[in-house]
Write a protein that binds this ligand. Structure first.
Ligand SMILES: [Zn+2]
Length: 190
């Protein structure tokens, strides 16, 4: 059975037996927070449990590394929508140790792309058109630096209200222990 079929089978059961009932809530986050974190599989349930965040409590945005690559990209837009349209009034960036984006090099990704049939001429054409493939596919050296960078990007965004605190933390993917890097309450101007 394919993954898709098994998911659809499970889903039918889930809906008919009304297992959804315990998840019912609204689109507004009870804890009024937007959390930007990594897509790492180890954090799927660990992070909400370690932060005591339940269904309905928070807006959680995920990508590889909790990276904000562009001030006007989809991550920053999601944070702003969370604040202005969905009643969040704090932001939390949570990176983690052992992140796949630590030390990621474009050359390694491109080698795998080539092995999977991507024509290297395509890469050349993209670069010729002004796409910076190297920085697009490069991770970060230290998770702490990346969290600080994301916090700065959010905090200094021209559309972010000044009173919104932006916190920076690093979580351990084994124990769920949080280390506080940036206390947004200390850096907020009211
Ligand atoms: Zn990660």
């Amino acid at each position: 059975m394919s993954l898709l079929s098994s998911i659809l089978d499970h889903n039918e059961q889930f809906v008919t037996s009304k297992h959804y009932e315990r998840f019912q809530t609204t689109k507004f986050p009870n804890k009024r927070v937007v959390i930007l974190t990594c897509m790492d599989t180890r954090l799927l349930e660990l992070l909400p449990a370690a932060l005591n965040v339940k269904n309905g409590d928070a807006k959680i945005i995920k990508n590889a590394g909790a990276v904000i690559s562009h001030p006007f990209g989809s991550i920053m837009r999601s944070i702003l929508v969370g604040i202005y349209e969905l009643q969040a009034d704090e932001v939390m960036v949570v990176g983690h140790h052992g992140c796949g984006m630590t030390g990621l090099e474009a050359s390694s990704v491109l080698k795998k792309a080539e092995a999977n049939g991507v024509d290297m001429k395509t890469i050349e054409t993209l670069e010729f058109s002004g796409v910076d493939i190297k920085s697009f596919l490069t991770g970060f050296d230290k998770v702490e630096d990346n969290v600080q960078h994301s916090v700065r990007m959010i905090k200094h965004h021209p559309l972010l209200p000044k009173h919104v605190p932006v916190h920076g933390l690093v979580i351990c993917p084994d124990t769920g222990k949080l280390d506080l890097l940036v206390d947004g309450y200390q850096t907020t101007t009211t």
